[in-house]
Design a binder for this molecule. Sequence first.
Ligand SMILES: Nc1ncnc2c1ncn2[C@@H]1O[C@H](COP(=O)(O)OP(=O)(O)OP(=O)(O)O)[C@@H](O)[C@H]1O
Ligand SMILES: [Mg+2]
Length: 146
Amino acid sequence: MTITPTGAHDDDSVEQGTRLPIAGNDDVVRVRQAVRECAQRIGLSLVDQTKLVTAASELARNTLVYGGGGEAEMTVVDNGRRRGVRVCFRDRGPGIPDTELALTDGWTSGGGLGLGLSGARRLVEDFTLESVVGEGTVIEIVKWSR
Ligand SMILES: Nc1ncnc2c1ncn2[C@@H]1O[C@H](COP(=O)(O)OP(=O)(O)OP(=O)(O)O)[C@@H](O)[C@H]1O
Ligand SMILES: [Mg+2]
């Protein structure tokens, strides 16, 4: 069981997660829309909805571009005090050799700005990154209601 800084547990899910494939640009758009709907449903403020959608969009794009595709799973969570939206991104791509470096502002292995991962981390309360070279990457974010 994973315990996140704000006290969420894996079994905090209040409903079955929704899983969406990420295999093309259209899927990134669908993930954005689904995350937005989920955030609206639990009553996140417009600002928090946008922060979550922006983070999810960056991570979905990385899943596609660097991970060679994968999936996003969104779940409504409840830690007893607050509700939140958890979004988990998984791919079976090459993995990230140095996750600290990858999380540095401005670091990119390609032609990007290198702001996706670091920016996403700042936009949410919980951010966990697990990556194994040759196996893939799993990134989980949670945005909590206030
Ligand atoms: N799912 C992933 N699998 C493998 N490597 C990844 C993955 N996500 C990110 N990376 C690596 O981490 C680096 C930093 O990612 P980040 O999103 O911050 O920047 P970027 O995608 O290069 O540029 P930007 O997102 O600003 O356009 C990437 O260049 C890539 O090398
Ligand atoms: Mg990126």
